[in-house]
Design a protein around this ligand. Structure first.
Ligand code: ADP
Ligand code: MG
Length: 485
């Protein structure tokens, strides 16, 4: 019998109102890890009401001193650090990623709470000049109740990326983790409870998108939705939220260009490019999955990237030797395998395909080996559609202007990576690429102090750094008449 977990609503650990549950599984073995409540409308309504009450009664937000909020966020960070090994293992088991990757995630979660603990005491307003007979105070206030809907590729990191700035800003939250990976979100709730965050401030409802996520979009007591996930669900969320003019932050997909110029330091560019596509099994919204390589080094670069991909070791994320785990679910595996068929049918050349692990204990796992396609055109589906798996598409180019045009020839605009030793070329290209994050001689770093978010159909709004706070604040003007009469 799998462990039966409960979800966290209004400071209590509860079942779904009707007792419904679903299983979360280990994608390396397809074995059941735990059973969790299957929340639906009434459960979500209860969580929202709790968040509303705690916000309106000032149990957080405006009535709780900033110092106290800061202290509680720091305490949460400490608890994450002290439970690091357990959280890492839980994350590996639930979503499949290798241990080293999960360690990176959990450490960043702890830092994220430390970072935003600092901000809780530094959110200030302004006093714009309005003449001698008046005074205008522009003040920042917490936005209210926030519905936070997160995906399965960085389960705890994505939860922290929204929960930490929301709490620092003084909002109360209902967090809906992905149905594939609910376990660390429940632990985050336990950590909030243990830290002493008041009841109702952090609520976690587990369940499926249309059942447990959708009610957040229509509940009038929710002021804001912050969502990270697929473009199509993002469009639906924006449309639904428009009915009540709910605020939305959307962090969606990408088909990010990774440009390797002939003058790049190949010792960095090759592993960096590969890590940018194959890291986290390719289940990364900012994956540099369209790899443009300057023609004069094309053959050499392709050989080197193939060798790099061939060295990837698939296996259970819990095995320290593993560098690529399983995909998160059978559905995701089938989707990615489908794209391998699409690429072949479109006439792309499959230059490399790795092998699945041979360990019989992993025979039921959702493994997809890394693959490299050569494409002659950016118009192929494998160059246009987000695959969200370990599939690289390599395309040659000749001119700088040409590669900038190709890089921008996408409906997305999340990220881009540029590899060159020429600083002028790097910066000119970085300025010309329409994307929210541009890496030069690197791929994928996402420091919590900086900025995250997409241009075009990769999203709306920004996360991380001080920019995330804006997403959880309203701005008010208080005008004072100082006239003599
Ligand atoms: P993927 O297809 O990769 O699983 P999704 O965008 O479907 O990505 O999922 C991201 C998050 O959005 C998950 O928490 C999921 O449950 C949630 N979600 C999916 N569909 C809906 C929906 N109709 N309403 C609200 N949330 C949803
Ligand atoms: Mg799972």
């Amino acid at each position: 019998m799998a462990e039966q977990l409960r979800m966290y609503v209004d400071g209590e650990w509860v079942e779904a109102h009707d007792g419904a549950t679903f299983d979360t599984i280990d994608p390396a073995t397809a074995e059941v890890l735990a059973s969790v409540p299957r929340a639906t409308g009434p459960d979500v309504a209860r969580a929202v009401a709790a968040a509303r009450r705690s916000f309106d009664q000032g149990r957080w937000g405006s009535a709780v001193a900033e110092r106290e909020r800061s202290r509680l966020l720091l305490r949460m960070a400490e608890l994450v650090r002290s439970q690091r090994d357990e959280l890492v293992e839980l994350e590996v088991r639930d979503c499949g990623k290798p241990l080293a990757d999960a360690r990176g995630d959990i450490d960043e979660v702890a830092f994220m709470f430390e970072y935003y603990a600092g901000w809780a005491t530094k959110i200030s307003g302004d006093i714009p000049p309005v003449g001698p007979d008046a005074m205008s105070l522009v003040v920042k206030e917490p936005l209210g109740v926030c519905g936070l809907i997160v995906p399965w590729n960085y389960p705890m990191l994505m939860a922290a990326q929204k929960v930490a700035p929301a709490l620092a800003a003084g909002c109360t939250v209902v967090l809906k983790p992905a149905e594939q990976t609910p376990l660390t979100a429940l632990r985050l709730a336990a950590i909030a409870e243990e830290a002493g965050v008041p009841a109702g401030v952090v609520n976690v409802v587990t369940g499926f998108g249309p059942e447990a996520g959708a009610p957040l979009l229509t509940d009038p007591a929710v002021d804001k939705i912050s969502f990270t996930g697929s473009r199509d669900v993002g469009v639906m969320i924006q449309r639904t939220c428009a009915e009540q003019l709910k605020r939305v932050t959307l962090e969606l997909g990408g088909k990010s260009p990774n440009i390797v110029f002939a003058d790049a330091d190949m010792a960095g560019a090759v592993p960096g490019t590969c890590a940018g596509v194959f890291g986290n099994q390719g289940e990364v919204c900012s994956a540099g999955s369209r790899v443009f390589v300057e023609r004069s080094i094309y053959d050499e670069a392709l050989d080197a990237m193939t060798a790099e991909a061939a060295a990837i070791r698939l296996g259970s994320g819990l095995d320290p030797a593993t560098t690529m785990g399983p995909l998160v679910s059978a559905e995701q595996r089938d989707r990615v395998l489908g794209y391998l068929e699409v690429g072949r049918a479109e006439g792309a050349h499959l230059a490399f395909e790795g092998t699945a692990p041979s360990d019989p204990a992993l025979a039921n796992g959702y493994f997809v080996a890394p693959a490299i396609f050569e494409a002659t055109s950016n118009d192929l589906r494998i160059a246009r559609e987000e695959i969200f798996g370990p599939v690289m598409t390599v395309i040659p180019f000749t001119e700088v202007d040409e590669v900038i045009r190709l890089a921008n020839d996408t409906e997305y605009g999340l990220a881009a990576a540029i590899w060159t030793r020429d600083i002028t070329k790097a910066l000119r290209t970085a300025r010309a690429v329409r994307a929210g994050i541009v890496w030069i001689n690197d791929s994928q770093p996402a420091p919590s102090e900086a900025l995250w978010g997409g241009y075009k159909q990769s999203g709306i709004g920004r996360e991380l750094g001080p920019y995330a706070l804006d997403a959880y604040l309203e701005t008010k003007q208080i005008y004072i008449n100082l006239g003599a009469s």
